[in-house]
Design a protein around this ligand. Structure first.
Ligand code: UDP
Length: 243
């Protein structure tokens, strides 16, 4: 079912003008349709990568829902005169789906992150939201020859929602390659969400998020993230040139 939500274009890619409530309503209708839908949580680094990666560009263009997952995206939208309502992050979507899973009956699968992390995230979500249905987990480090077994594990779990947490663009490409054989309605790439939900990494404090300093928090906590952060000035330059 095509998404009827309004969208804007940033660097020639669509981003939907959603808030958390309308994103969850769209996800709800995707699940009811019982056909696979790809939800992309787009940040500035993803849009930069997509300029040099035609496969990623195509995947974002075909996605059923693209949420604005960074203040950089909000900045770009405002600058070009097509403001977006609010940030709708992967972590918040997954947490909201877990919170609603007991009453909605939606079955959720956590796929990604280092061994043990998805299980820990599942345990924490079950403790926080009693009755939440996390119906399977699998870490995100595997050999190509393991893919068939992973697909079968997800199918056997009868998950409605598969959260794929392997970083950009690996998660988007995995979803694109496997979306039609998982029997799931929502495939969503969620980056470091399982690390956050498991309590392994802490999210930036609210005041840092408000001041658009989440990138600084990430680099302080994980210096390997510097390569991703270095895409931000390129994003700013690209958006300035385009508008
Ligand atoms: N990861 C994974 N498989 C891989 C590479 C990474 O499961 O082959 C996981 C990694 O452990 C981490 C997540 O993917 O939990 C990437 O998080 P990050 O915040 O870097 O994602 P991004 O910034 O790309 O959204």
């Amino acid at each position: 079912m095509p998404c009827t939500l309004p969208s804007v274009r940033i660097l020639n890619l669509p981003v939907h003008d959603v808030n958390m409530e309308s994103a969850l309503t769209a996800i709800d209708s995707f699940i009811k349709s019982r056909t696979p839908h790809h939800v992309v949580t787009a940040d500035a680094s993803m849009l930069v990568m997509a300029q040099e990666d035609p496969a990623l560009h195509g995947i974002i263009g075909r996605a059923d829902l693209v949420t604005p997952d960074s203040v950089g995206i909000l900045w770009a939208a405002k600058r070009q005169g097509t403001p977006l309502r609010e940030r709708v992050s992967g972590v918040d979507i997954v947490e909201n789906l877990c919170a609603r899973s007991a009453s909605s009956g939606y079955r959720i699968f956590f796929f990604g992150a280092a061994p043990g992390i998805a299980d820990k995230a599942a345990d924490r979500m079950r403790a926080k939201y009693p009755g939440t249905q996390i119906v399977g987990t699998r870490n995100g480090f595997y050999k190509d020859t393991d893919v068939e077994a992973i697909v079968q594990q997800i199918k056997d779990s009868r998950a409605d929602v598969v959260c794929v947490a392997m970083g950009i663009p690996k998660q988007e490409k995995w979803i694109e390659a496997n979306r039609d054989r998982l029997d799931a309605s929502i495939l969503i790439g969620v980056g470091g969400t399982l690390d956050v939900l498991s309590g392994t990494t802490r999210r930036a404090p609210r005041w840092m998020q408000r001041l658009a300093l989440e990138w600084l928090w990430r680099v302080i906590n994980n210096p390997k993230k510097i390569s991703k952060v270095l895409l931000l000035p390129r994003f700013v330059t690209m958006v300035r040139r385009a508008s």
